[in-house]
Design a protein around this ligand. Structure first.
Ligand SMILES: [Zn+2]
Ligand SMILES: [Zn+2]
Length: 330
């Protein structure tokens, strides 16, 4: 089969590779699409120190070819970011992010991938596989952060930072679907129209006045929740300034290796909650898939053949780049 192999940091190439074989609790999937995520960007740059050579890609959707007890050949499936044991106490309680056997997925940038059944959901009819591929990570991460971590309520105000990126563009849609008023912060003026179409009530451009601009848009009250997809000091300074008293600041991503400096007095005077959310529970994945099946969230994907993997990593797309081994038919 053809696969995009990372042989050394920065070195991606399409090569012939052996087709993997499923073991117990696994299925072989013909990959229809696999999203290119910030996690893959970090792996490609050598920041996460994984063993090489490796086939990256965890935002996978496709058709089951062989193996499995819960899924049969021909089933259309999508994966979340990690597999679990399915038997431990956290798994039984539906809190499988705490599973000690939690294992991150790899192998999606190829024609076939072996996937743990514990990571899979059926894809509802009418949802294209290229869109289903990004539901767990690009849509589910925002849903998990907003619903399970920030516990947003309809009518609250949510600020999404890095709003033009793959996580941000979908988080804006999710926050709107949850009945919140969404403000979007972006450094990309060319993304404003799409952010407004995605449900942003107002779009604010990054810069030294962004925090004040957001306060002005909320009558000086500030936003109830910040969903920070960037983890950048410059964004934190402005977004934290715009956080309401007793607001929740949720870190969901980091686009550089730089730390953020936090002034303790700003946190306790504001009685702020600074927290994080980095993955997707199966029940959140199912809720995200339902939002997509109902048309309340529409994944924004740009399709690339395997041969254009390098370009899929570097193009500035609005939403998510997905690799489609079949050549764009999904
Ligand atoms: Zn991802
Ligand atoms: Zn477990």
């Amino acid at each position: 089969m053809r696969a995009v192999v990372l042989s050394a940091p920065g070195e991606l190439a399409v090569t012939e590779a052996d087709c993997p074989e499923p073991g117990s609790g696994e299925v072989l999937v013909e990959v229809a699409a696999c999203g290119v995520c910030g996690h893959d960007q970090a792996d490609r740059a050598g920041l996460l120190d994984i063993p090489l050579p490796a086939v990256l890609g965890h935002e996978i959707a496709g058709t089951v070819v062989a193996g499995g007890t819960r899924f049969a050949a021909g089933d259309r499936v999508a994966a979340k970011q990690f597999g679990t044991c399915g038997r431990c106490e956290p798994c039984a309680a539906g809190d499988e992010l705490r599973c000690p056997r939690r294992a991150f997925l790899y192998g999606g940038f190829a024609e076939y991938a072996v996937l743990p059944e514990s990571a899979l959901l059926p894809v509802p009819p009418g949802v294209p596989l290229a869109e289903a591929a990004v539901v767990a990570c690009a849509v589910g991460t925002g849903l998990q952060a907003l619903r399970r971590v920030a516990r947003v309520k309809p009518g609250e105000t949510v600020l999404v930072t890095g709003a033009g990126g793959g996580l941000g563009m979908h988080a804006v849609q999710v926050a709107a679907a949850l009945g919140t008023r969404v403000l979007a912060l972006t450094g990309s003026p060319d993304k404003i129209a799409q952010l407004e179409k995605s449900g942003a009530a107002q779009v604010v451009l990054t810069g030294d006045t962004a925090g004040q601009d957001i306060l002005d848009l909320t009558g000086g009250q500030g936003v109830d929740v910040v969903l920070d997809n960037t983890g950048l000091q410059s964004v934190f300074r402005q977004a934290f300034r715009a956080l309401a008293h007793a607001g929740r600041y949720v870190l969901t991503g980091q686009v550089s290796g730089e730390p953020i400096r936090v002034h303790p007095a700003f946190v306790f005077e504001k009685e702020a909650v600074i927290t994080g959310s980095g993955s997707t529970l199966m029940r959140t994945f199912a809720e995200a898939m339902a939002l997509v099946a109902e048309g309340r969230v529409r994944p924004a994907v740009s399709r690339y053949p395997l041969e254009d993997a390098a370009r899929a990593f570097t193009d500035r797309v609005a939403g998510r780049a997905v690799l489609v081994p079949s050549g764009g038919l999904s």
